[in-house]
Design a protein around this ligand. Structure first.
Ligand code: MLC
Ligand code: AMP
Length: 509
């Protein structure tokens, strides 16, 4: 049986009463309850007319119901399509039109707006789901039968579509199959030595690869349990750490924890593993964490399109500033970004990836998909090298991308939104070092009216256009943008000029 749920189920503990998740309200969900709830969700989807291969889009806050919906989709053979709740109505409209979901599930507070959108886009059905059991979907699920025969699928059948932005500003739906997700879940379980004794501290969002697939699937594949927190809150994480054995986070989690004196060796003495990914972890933070706690953070490297590619070893040397070795079954090579020639060991080029983890392509974009593969390898857009011992280091990006707090922001999308405004003649959006988020977004703007320095109307206009995490945190007004002879903005010059713009800020805004 290739269905991811069936494969994960083999790892569930024999004693079905064992805890799968401890929730913030003090309640727990056992594996027996997980089996029943996911069956109810699968039955509910079938009763709403969702068929195999249909997309189920959801834009709601992190909750256990959301996880059960994910598992229900797997069991029913539907495609789970989670969206960041921060997306604006305009952003949502694009996803709806592109993905054509059979069912859209949103927060009860947004139901009216999404229904309006649904009517305009002729969407089949809009339902609601809150964080504490409220909304039509949990009610429908509760009224559905608690057993379900998980459908058989082909390993290439899609389990999920996750949207990632593109360098042109147009988002692409990365199609992930049951086989892709299963191969990565089991590879990571082995590599990181997960067992059913583990307790994962889960404070990541569940609409991205990291929190949804890496954290959740590895826990399920191991029959382990998780402390399920709605978001990263440093107080709640410090309070829960003594009950956990493993934590996964983006570098900002570790930066914020290190600011707390209560993070001591004693607090985490029982912890087995701290894992970091989604953005570069600086060697300084790695070292500071190790000195303070005695733990060497294990850094790994992944992408929405490929799941996890490399990881520092569990037993061997975890080398700060590297993302470790290719995972078993994953092949990594370094190519010349322009010619595609494979480069010798030690040289810097674009990282290319092949293996059972690599996605099935972009939803309804065959040309775009073809353009991002070379000889069976996916072209990551990350620049890196492989050292003599086989460790991969990421040294830059061939793609114009900013990663802030683990979220990707494509400058082109923000520039397009700014350039549409009457106050803006042209703009260039860059990422520069930020003490909390890794990179912070800066918009360098040439105003329509010379001498104009007012960022207020720009900030106000962006609220309706883009999710908050994509908003520039600083605006700089200039007479002209530096350009090369081809008329292309020289972003390196801008990044250098504004490199210290956040250095006096302790946190944000
Ligand atoms: C929130 N904001 C952000 C932001 N997160 N702005 C920029 N970058 C971010 N990452 C906005 C909020 O809307 C808020 O605005 C304001 O910035 C201040 O937020 P905050 O309270 O300081 O942030 P917080 O809510 O605590 O969130 C920070 C965070 C969170 C780091 C905890 O962003 C987070 O959980 N990031 C994880 C992302 C992730 O899982 N990435 C994995 C992608 S998968 P206001 O006005 O609303 O208050 C992937 C593949 C792989 O990359 O390898 O894993
Ligand atoms: P996403 O599209 O959100 O999945 O982000 C994928 C990108 O995150 C990769 O292409 C890398 O640029 C970046 N990334 C993920 N993990 C790491 C890491 N450990 N170090 C540096 N960059 C990383």
């Amino acid at each position: 049986m290739a269905n991811l749920y069936t494969q994960l189920q083999r790892g569930f503990p024999r004693e079905a009463g064992r805890t799968f998740a401890a929730l913030s309200d003090g309640t727990t969900v056992s594996y027996a309850q997980l089996e029943q709830a996911s069956a109810r969700y699968a039955n509910m989807l079938v009763s709403l007319g969702v068929k195999r291969g249909d997309r189920v889009a959801t834009q709601a806050q992190k909750s256990m119901d959301m996880l059960m919906l994910y598992l229900g989709c797997l069991r029913a053979g539907a495609i789970f399509l989670p969206l960041n709740p921060a997306y604006t109505a305009g952003e949502l409209e694009y996803f709806m039109r592109d993905a054509q979901p059979a069912l859209v599930i949103c927060d009860p507070a947004r139901a009216e707006a999404v229904r309006d959108l649904g009517r305009a886009e002729a969407l089949a059905r809009v339902e609601t789901m809150g964080t504490c059991g409220e909304g039509s979907i949990p009610a429908l699920a509760a009224a559905s039968a608690a057993t379900f025969a998980t459908v058989d699928v082909d390993s290439k059948d899609l389990a999920a579509i996750l949207y990632t932005s593109g360098t042109t500003g147009r988002s692409k739906g990365a199609m992930l199959s049951h086989g892709n997700l299963a191969s990565n879940a089991f590879a990571l379980k082995e590599y990181w030595r997960f067992t059913n004794e583990d307790v994962l501290l889960h404070a990541l969002p569940i609409f991205h690869t990291h929190g949804l697939f890496v954290a959740t699937n590895v826990t399920l594949a191991s029959g382990a349990s998780m402390i399920f927190q709605p978001a990263f809150d440093v107080e709640k994480v410090l309070a829960a750490l003594p009950r956990a054995t493993v934590m996964m986070g983006v570098p900002t989690f570790y930066i914020r924890l290190l600011k707390e004196e209560r993070l001591t060796r004693d607090l985490v003495v029982h912890m087995r593993l701290f894992i970091s990914g989604s953005a570069p972890l600086s060697p300084e933070i790695h070292k500071e964490f190790s000195v303070r706690t005695g733990h060497a953070i294990l850094e790994r490297y992944g992408m929405t399109e490929t799941n996890m590619n490399t990881s520092n070893p569990y037993d061997g040397r975890r080398i700060a500033g590297t993302v470790g070795l290719p995972l078993p079954g994953v092949s990594i090579r370094i190519a010349d970004p322009d010619t595609g020639d494979i480069l010798p060991q030690g040289e810097i080029g674009v990282i290319e990836i092949a293996g059972p983890n690599v996605f099935q392509g972009y939803w309804r974009m065959p040309e775009k998909t073809a353009a991002e593969f070379r000889g069976g390898y996916f072209i990551s857009g990350d620049l890196g090298l492989i050292d003599r011992e086989g460790y991969v280091s990421i040294v830059g990006r061939a793609k114009d991308l900013i990663i802030s707090g683990g979220y990707n922001i494509y400058p082109a999308e923000v520039e397009n939104a700014l350039d549409e405004l009457k106050e803006v003649r042209e703009s260039a959006v860059i990422g520069v070092p930020h003490p909390d988020m890794g990179e912070g977004i800066v918009a360098v703007v040439v105003p329509t009216r010379a001498g104009d320095q007012d960022d207020a109307p720009l900030k106000a206009a962006l609220v309706h256009k883009l999710a908050k995490f994509k908003h520039p945190r600083k605006f700089a007004f200039v007479d002209d943008l530096p350009k090369n002879t081809m008329g292309k903005v020289q972003k390196n010059a801008l990044r250098e000029k504004y490199s210290a713009i956040f250095s006096n800020n302790v946190l944000i805004y």
